[in-house]
Unconditional design. Structure first.
Length: 219
């Protein structure tokens, strides 16, 4: 039986099966061709160790394969301009244009609108960034993430290398993390069109004027 078959037919699995499953897991690690089955298997073991989750094993596996850091189920609105995110793209997609929005500044925008009793459209915050990458989207995000790291003295020394990190450092250092950004993939195009498409969306969303694309990044 495949590991996926064992997990998906969890009605016959009990605690005495855990040792056997872990033995299979040890063997499975040696074979890269069953990486997907291995992921299902790992999540299955987590559920089996929790008595409250045995009946909900299927739910424990329901999130498998999703890019949890990507927004893909709705339209982002920037300055009354709709941005359609491509639901077919994933964190492994290459040659993409991506959008990052700071959730801290988005919340500040809502709070200010409530404080002055006005609509959110009347409050302007610099919270959005448009970028491009030829590599996989997740690799580009790891590049941004590295700029948020501290050195051995606890100082942020690389924040100038990312517009996202620089924004957090200057505007809300208490929320210095890539996780405060909502990230979405706008579109995929050929490598030769990336510069043109990035500039088109930067201009459309005005992020070079009232957004994070105006920030000068140190390479």
């Amino acid at each position: 039986y495949s590991l996926r078959f064992i997990i998906s037919n969890n009605q016959c699995i009990n605690y005495s099966s855990i040792t056997k499953l872990e033995k299979h897991l040890t063997i499975a690690r040696k074979f890269t061709r069953i990486t997907r089955d291995l992921a299902y298997f790992n999540k299955g073991l987590v559920a089996l160790r929790d008595p409250d989750r045995i009946d909900g094993l299927g739910r424990a596996l329901s999130g498998f394969g999703k890019c949890v850091w990507l927004i893909s189920d709705h339209i982002e609105l920037l300055y009354r301009i709709g941005v359609y995110l491509d639901k077919t793209l994933t964190c492994k997609s290459k040659n993409v244009i991506y959008l990052a929005q700071c959730s801290v500044c988005q919340q500040e925008k809502k709070d200010l609108a409530a404080e002055f009793n006005t609509c959110e459209d009347n409050v302007v915050t610099e919270d959005s960034y448009v970028g491009q990458t030829m590599s996989e989207a997740r690799i580009r995000m790891n590049g941004h993430r590295s700029a948020f790291k501290r050195n051995e003295n606890g100082d942020y020394v690389a924040y100038m290398k990312s517009a996202l990190a620089q924004h957090c450092y200057e505007q809300h250092p208490n929320h210095m993390s890539l996780s405060v950004f909502k990230l979405g993939l706008i579109k995929s195009c050929s490598a030769m069109q990336l510069d043109r498409e990035e500039n088109r969306f930067i201009s459309k969303l005005r992020t070079e004027v009232i957004g994070l694309n105006r920030i000068k990044v140190v390479r």
